[in-house]
Design a protein around this ligand. Sequence first.
Ligand code: PLP
Length: 389
Amino acid sequence: MEIKANKSETFSNKAKFKVPFGTVSITDDAREMIDEAITTKWVTRGKYVQEFEERFAQLFGVKEAVAVSSGTDADAIACAVLYDFGAERGDEIIVPALTFVATGNAVLQAGFHPVFVDVNRETLNIDPQKIEEAITPRTRAIMPVHLMGKPAAMDEILMIAKKHKLHVIEDAAEAHGAEYKGKKIGSIGEMAALSLYAAHIITTIEGGIVITDNAQMADALRSLRNHGIEGKFQFKRIGFSAKMNEIEAAVGIGNIKIFDQILEKRRRNLLYLIEKFKQFEEHFITIKEESHEKIGPHAFSIIVREGANFKKDEFVQFIEDAGVDSRNLFYSIPTQCANYAFLGKKLGDFPEAEYCSDNGTHIGIHQDIELEDLDYVEQVVADFLQTKR
Ligand SMILES: Cc1ncc(COP(=O)(O)O)c(C=O)c1O
């Protein structure tokens, strides 16, 4: 399956890793647009950012898309929009305990207090059964994360949000192209924030985007990404400096044009590896696709099961020595990230998230990985398990 775009230098450190974690596809027409932007010197936000936003909104089936400089900024400005809808500084936003640290950071950067809820070990996503007990009179929103591109339990989340009159902001950073009960992830909550960082399906190298059907929210988002501007050099909101530039947008337009191919190849890789790992079922919990969903594959999670006769660290060392790049399966932010000690939580408060972090890793399944690479991964895992017999 050949995709017409270059392979990345950033991630494809072939000297070190036979199966690298991530990749970047940069198309020829992106190069042409970049050349033009540089030649005309129109490199700050202009026609390509606008075209990227229009194409992105169309792809996700939403009315509005506001491009920003990172996924973290996308999360933060989506939260900050809530000040236009009655929220006050210090109000609470519910987020999963297990996620990339950016989710928690963004809530704080926007002036809210993150309230963490444990996840489900099998889905990696926020446990809907534990959300209601975290709601207080100051809760304003739930921000589910679709970790690894696997959709969170949106029906339950929307029901709770409706009952308690809360906003729902999807952190779809890792879930481009995912579907939940026939609906596109990113189009289910009132807003969705996506990262366009290099490892993601659609990338602008660095970048992020917020999508919504709500025009009032989109206006606030546009103001917030540009210092809170409203009118000519008037500043109405506490804003961010979070603009996307033309060069990034050009890479993104190129990616949208080959989105179907990227998604198809990543999904092929995901399903192939899920099948391969069935033989290792007694040792590992891996990401699974259920009948109501379509995963938008970010990476492949592997969690060592309780009672295994080896530790995650031994396994990771073995596969990395064999050239399979990996990343830890994040952390329980409130209890395993020292910078969150101010919350006063203690180890054991988020047992599922802590288990995933202590025992989990994730590896690449991106568009530059071929089936023979995945056969190699299978062989490496089998070799490791052989050493444990
Ligand atoms: C779940 C999640 N949220 C937010 C982010 C932040 O994105 P960025 O690195 O573009 O700031 C990431 C990054 O990959 C992420 O995985």
